[in-house]
Design a protein around this ligand. Sequence first.
Ligand code: MTE
Ligand code: MOS
Length: 764
Amino acid sequence: MKNIDSKSHVRGESVYLDDIPLVHGTLFACAFDSPVAHGKLKSVDTTEAEKSEGVIRVITAKDLIGENQIGGIIPDEPLLADDEVHFQGMPIAIVLAESEVLARKAAKKITADIEQLEPVTDPRIAAANNDLIVPPKKFKLGDTDAAFIRCEHVFEGRADINGQEHLYIETQGAYATPTENGGLRVYSSTQGPTAVQRAVCRVTGLAMHEVEVDVQRLGGGFGGKEDQANAWAAICAVGAQLTKRPVKYALHRMEDMRMTGKRHPYSADYKIGIGEDLKIFAYEATFYQNAGASADLSPPVLERTLFHCTNSYFIPNVTATAYSCRTNLPPNTAFRGFGGPQGMFVIESAIAHAAEKLGVPAWDIQQANLIDSGDEFPYGQIAESDAITTWTQGDGMFDFARLQEKADEFNVSSKYFKKGVAMMPVCFGISFTKTPMNQARSLVHVYTDGSIAVSTGAVEMGQGVNTKIAQVAASMFGLPIEAVRLHTTNTLRIANTSPTAASAAADLNGKATQMACDAIRERLFEVAKPLVEAENTADLSLDDGFVYRNGERTSLDWKTLVMDAHLQRVNLSEHAHYATPGINFDWETARGHPFAYHGYGTAIVGVTVDCLRGRYEIDYVKCCHDFGSSMNTSVDHGQIEGGIVQGIGWMTIEEVFYDADGKLRSNALSTYKVPDIYSVPKEIAILPLETDRENLAVFNSKAVGEPPLMYGIGAYFAIRNAIKAFKKICPPDVGAAADHAVLSFDAPFTAEKVLMNLYETADG
Ligand code: MTE
Ligand code: MOS
């Protein structure tokens, strides 16, 4: 079944923030942001801006009625710079004007006197200065110190991973309108309506019941609007509060790129111990996360790096330590995979390192260590399913060895084009690792004409969650999907929402919807029982718009039943609450059962490198993916294809570049390249693995939002393998042969970097 939004999307009729009709008197906001990355803010001069055409007011930190604070997890993020600036792009003052153009013009007239301080952009330097966002986090399984002594082979190295710009098509934005008695209604392009509500309340001093947040849909979020939508909503709210007029702020692309945080870059050290049988016996990793200037979501992102630091492998002895390092960059934030992909890149680097030194294919090591059911993850949870099945089934379908042979045959006959192949298994835990966040609500109304309205805490951002929730309601009532309408995500209808994140929105909100529908259905069956002369309500079911008794269609149709129930004064609405059962985690012991379940998959990635120019093409990504039992294959395939392309972009062509002054040089689409139709894989093949029924997934359909992104990591190692077919390479290690080129593990593998690597050797 198609995404329910597909028609309005292709007609251009879907409503995003910028499509909301404006109320008369609306003002437009524009931020004046810090031109330096670190400094003491001595004064701000807004006089010229205030005199500028169409300007109604200029706001600085001292004007806020509430607190100048929007830090969600740690209160370390002022909305407007007060006495210091911490990154280039940090908002200092807000202009409110009669039009967008006039607001932007006036903002340029603001000046600030800033005494510059030394900026720090490198997380290792921040760690050396002990400038950490939170105390270090650690996972420990077994005893690595003792284990390394017993390993035949031990390799140590370093891996660096760059950030990633979210590049949601719809930029950040919000629109706040005053409501009576000093309240506010805020439309926001956010994944977290409640997070926006809290931030708005904090800066305005209002209570949560005075602030309504409404979200129709997002033109993409990818984690970038889980927390970072808050600032713009807070700015609009403050503006509306101070002027008593509606205020809108939709960022320009370059403002968005400059002022918002991205995927966290990481630098990491690893040590891997392997036996003759290629079993990984011990693994140690130390992660330095580049958090940016304030906490934002860095602590939980750091935690998920640890949760996924051994990817799909069972390793009996693991020590992993992670530092969240404060730097003078915009606060980095959630991005599809939430720190997991960075952890996986590091272990894949360690495995590639070992393979190159031992002279074996990396996939022999990968395959020898795949997690099996009953194995223990480094955080104490026992695997209930395994990483082996997607590998073997994928192999059965795609014949991995044959694909490698084909590449080898090609490479023998081709001098300047070389093919490389790499395997990428993925294991991803589903649930928010902070247990209390795993709850959701759904409000279902059945109207007297038989139509159904559903509101949940889930935010539609292109991933198709509304389609899945509509499918749940339609199937519970045995009706076509058109009978169900999903309404905006609104804090008045659904309170205390968790953000739409962690790939868990369909599970959580779908389950709540199922519960709400079930309660209404039970009441309807009580009404139907005498009408169709059934003995038990358990004998009744709904399908095709009719009541069925023991599987036989009766003459009682849906609309009649609903009207009868209403006339009998039976409640046709339900507000249900779902909390994932059986999950827990204790950071004191770093042990527990944080995930409802794991999603698995294995991909094989093939590339061709042009060894004269350093350019490359992704020939294919073929994967066997664990869907549980997909409730919507077209939506789920879309998630896999999109995730793969986004993951490949991160690993290959997308290069976030801050200079030593903390200035973003890749600040526009001319300097920041994202995959386009020409750079996506020529083939994406998906073999669905229908696994045992996973009853913690909605309708047994496993979460699919984030895991496929990590297949993209395979592209990095496939490119490395293609280079290996061109010349002798080795990882940075002691005893590198002079005729080998030393290739570090440093993503992304841009064409420029590939070219350098093709023509460098250890002896220069
Ligand atoms: N797909 C689209 N089209 N747009 C998005 O913004 N976000 C991803 C993923 N897929 C995203 C997307 C991220 S980061 C997450 S966590 C999940 O969708 C969230 O939605 P879900 O919980 O419904 O899977
Ligand atoms: Mo997704 S990074 O959990 O919003």
